[in-house]
Write a protein that binds this ligand. Structure first.
Ligand code: NAP
Ligand code: ZN
Ligand code: ZN
Length: 347
């Protein structure tokens, strides 16, 4: 076992603080790496505060993890010591079910293992995430990272990047499509960048007027303030696709009304409480309401390679480890530009 330094939520209320724990020794198929940067996802906050239920404390969040390999097992083929490496939201799955065989490990029939708060099938107990100085994971769940891009900006691709890339690819969003992105935070800003990169005409739908300039810099062609009823009226029936990244309860019907005939609204944001959907929001115009969860391992690697080729990274605010509680408060207030990333040298 290797003693590991981290930062943990100790209870549903109260701040995160220092926490020391053990990680397993490097097995024959394992890769160990020193964590250099870890992104701060709103899911970390939902989980730390037990908003979705099922959190086991102490809980070490973090699933946007990048660093440099320090040790590899004898059977490891893809990595050697000194290589860059990444871990996203998953560290294990059965690898035998139909979904795993299709590279959809996030939908493993036997339950995939989350990078944190997941049932650890190897060491027992629960997995600990990337707010820590090192990680050990089986090679199949470790991603190759290009040396070309700034590493702090690559970290958020491991969750915010793949969570928006995957539905855009699945629904083949691109040239000739009008795409709206709801919520300009970590996921939202990646949806704008990737959607624009795939050739879609992108509209940012935000509650924050001050984000308009940035939205356009990120690649959005249009911006609408969702608090302004007049601006919303003008968008009725307009979009082929909407990606909803909002973390808090909100009115889905309002956005469904903005879909064109046969349009699809894809929920990636995961508010902790249910919302009411009017059947009438869907039946007129034959609209679809869909959802999407992160992405499988092959698609995550494809996304990282795409971003390296097209110079796409996250816009980040690099923070020290002990700033994370303030970062959570700012995230709750919608004050992100556009992903907090922890510099693990400050741990
Ligand atoms: P974030 O950085 O905090 O961004 C969320 C954005 O939503 C805010 O910046 C804000 O943008 C908007 N917003 C917040 N409260 C709102 C409200 N009451 N009404 C309307 N808009 C509001 O969060 P994130 O890290 O991008 O994560 C977003 C959500 O996706 C979270 O629920 C997270 O758990 C979930 N998630 C899902 C997956 C998946 O696989 N499906 C993966 C990762 C994260 P504006 O200021 O522009 O309005
Ligand atoms: Zn996440
Ligand atoms: Zn499986």
């Amino acid at each position: 076992m290797t003693t590991t330094k981290g930062y943990a939520a100790k209870a549903a209320t109260g701040p995160l603080g220092p926490f020391t724990f053990e990680r397993r020794e490097v097995g024959p198929k394992d890769v160990q790496f020193e964590i250099l940067f870890c992104g701060v996802c709103h899911s970390d906050l939902h989980m730390a505060k037990n908003e979705w239920g099922g959190t086991n404390y102490p809980m070490v969040p973090g699933h946007e993890i990048v660093g440099r390999v320090t040790k590899v097992g004898a059977e490891v083929k893809k990595f050697k010591v000194g290589d860059l490496a990444g871990v996203g939201c998953l560290v294990d799955s059965c690898r035998e079910c139909d979904n795993c065989k299709k590279g959809l490990e996030q939908f493993c029939r036997n339950g995939s293992t989350g990078t944190y708060n997941g049932k650890d099938k190897i060491s027992g107990g629960f997995t600990y995430g990337g707010y820590s100085n090192q990680i050990v994971a089986t090679e199949e769940f470790v991603l190759k990272i290009s040396e070309k891009l700034p590493l702090s900006g690559v970290a958020p691709l491991l969750c915010a990047g793949i969570t928006t890339y995957s539905p855009l690819r699945h629904w083949k969003v691109g040239k000739g499509h009008k795409l709206a992105v709801v919520g300009l935070g970590g996921l939202g800003h990646m949806a704008v960048k990737l959607g624009a990169s795939f050739g879609a005409e992108v509209t940012m739908l935000s509650t924050s007027p001050e984000k308009e300039i940035d939205a356009k810099k990120l690649g959005a062609h249009h911006f609408a303030l969702t608090k302004d009823a007049e601006q919303l009226k003008a968008l009725t029936g307009k979009f082929d696709f909407i990606i909803d990244t909002v973390s808090a309860p909100h009115n889905y019907n309002q956005y469904l009304n903005m879909l064109n005939t046969d349009g699809v609204m894809i929920c990636v944001g995961a508010p902790p409480t249910p919302s009411e959907i009017m059947a009438f929001s869907l039946i007129g115009g034959r609209k679809s309401l869909a959802g999407s969860l992160i992405g499988g391992l092959p698609e995550t690697q494809e996304m990282l390679d795409y971003c390296a080729e097209h110079n796409i990274v996250s816009e980040v605010e690099v923070i020290a480890m002990d700033y994370v509680n303030t970062a959570y408060e700012r995230m709750l207030a919608g004050d992100v530009k556009y992903r907090f990333v922890i510099d693990m040298a400050t741990l």
